[in-house]
Design a protein around this ligand. Structure first.
Ligand code: FAD
Ligand code: EPU
Length: 338
């Protein structure tokens, strides 16, 4: 256990907050012992993966538990499918590259998302027409209250758009130590997202001969063209979720804002592009002090150098108010505020 650690290298926003205690768990056994031996009920604590979906707004007067459990194990395989049980501390993108290199289909659209495997079920990560729930079969957890194990089947995880039971009903109750995925050995591409087809065309790839690597490369190229690299500019990806509104609310919005970017959902509701709302409200490229709104993607708030988390949180408040006043739409944060 380390003491008085600077968390700047541990969060992609690059916020310099201090933590009182810091423990890294490297194996499942480490984790079981840790939660059996430490009663965390009265100690503020935070489980940390890659720190790419958190905003630290102050020093953390408690215990940071960094998950570093590694390993990729094949738990089932036949001629058409493979199941992989993956340590929660594996880097997400490295794991996706492992699946791409082995032609295990299903995760290629989720290339280059920062963070660790263990956080992927937390908010059901998604990009370019795929959500991780489409491939997850089991989430292996430890109950933080008593150190006992519990495995959640996919159906129990209550996955939704950027949410799961671990972010809602069972928030802060479980430590995820591994996740199991079922991937296909037969090609099954998800090319519905317009930008992927356009990117594949510009790469000179013919639809009849697309490979898993082509799809992954196309996704990586699109992401690099839009999203800031946290190694250069601090950020946590989309700061807000895309708000889902009713058909009636959408009709009202469309009357006033003819060109509003929105997508109809299976249940008839509409998912509105928050980036569009924020841009129309005049925030795109906004800069103040060391923080601001990314100039290429209005959904991404950024720390240019030494911004405080509290300043970025205050900026997000201003954006929420301004979008509400202009469009009567409520934005909800995707990033976890600590
Ligand atoms: P952390 O930030 O470390 O943790 C996030 C939350 O999960 C915290 O509340 C933490 O306590 C909890 N947690 C983490 N690990 C565990 C565990 N093992 N057990 C229990 N709780 C845990 N997300 C998308 O969905 N799609 C995208 O396209 C996308 N693009 C991004 C692009 C950029 C440039 C960045 C910086 C972020 C992006 N994100 C995206 C957000 C982020 O990468 C994901 O949410 C990722 O899964 C977070 O992983 P992490 O390990 O960094 O989680
Ligand atoms: N748009 C604007 N201005 C902007 C940004 C976006 O008008 O500044 C509009 C455009 O019309 C664009 C539409 O918004 O067509 C959608 O933009 P984009 O394709 O960039 O996707 P997004 O809705 O902004 C979502 C996810 C991303 C994910 C991409 C690709 C959320 C909150 N965000 O962004 O996830 O990578 O789609 O699938 O759902 C994340 O969660 O951190 C994240 C980066």
């Amino acid at each position: 256990m380390l003491e008085d650690i600077n968390l700047k290298p541990y969060n992609t926003f690059g916020i310099a907050a201090k933590a009182k205690w810091f423990t890294e768990l490297q194996t499942e056994e480490d984790a079981l012992n840790f939660f059996k031996e430490n009663n965390l009920a009265k100690t503020p604590h935070l489980i940390l993966g890659g720190g790419s979906n958190i905003l630290l707004t102050k020093d953390f007067d408690g215990h940071i538990i960094k998950n570093a459990i590694k390993g990729i194990e094949i738990t089932f395989e036949d001629s058409t499918e493979v199941n992989l049980k993956v340590g929660a501390g594996e880097n997400w993108h490295n794991f996706v590259m492992y699946t791409v290199n082995n032609s295990f289909f299903g995760l290629e659209n989720l290339s280059l998302i920062p963070g660790c495997v263990g956080a992927s079920p937390m908010q059901n990560i998604g990009a370019y027409g795929v959500e991780v729930k489409d491939t997850i079969t089991k989430v292996y957890c430890i109950d933080k209250a008593n150190g006992s194990k519990r495995t959640f089947d996919k159906g129990e995880c209550e996955f939704g758009y950027r949410t799961s039971i671990f972010k809602t009903k069972l928030k802060d109750q479980y430590f995820i130590y591994a996740v199991e995925f079922k991937l296909s050995k037969k090609p099954k591409f998800h090319l519905e997202y317009g930008a992927i087809k356009t990117e594949l065309e510009s790469m000179g790839v013919k639809e009849s001969s697309i490979t898993i690597k082509d799809v992954s490369d196309a996704v990586i190229a699109i992401r690099k063209s839009k999203l800031p690299d946290p190694a250069e500019i601090g950020n946590a990806g989309s700061f807000f979720k895309n708000p889902v509104i009713s058909k009636q609310e959408f009709k009202q919005l469309k009357i006033k804002f003819e060109d509003v970017a929105a997508y109809i959902q299976k249940d008839g509701s509409y998912k509105v592009a928050a980036g569009w709302l924020i841009e129309k409200a005049g925030w795109k490229g906004f800069t103040e002090g060391d923080y601001g709104v990314h100039k290429k993607q209005a959904l991404v708030l950024v720390n240019y150098k030494n911004a405080k988390g509290s300043e970025i949180l205050a900026l997000s408040e201003r954006i929420i108010k301004s979008v509400k006043a202009m469009f009567s739409v409520s934005l909800e944060r995707e990033v976890n505020i600590v």
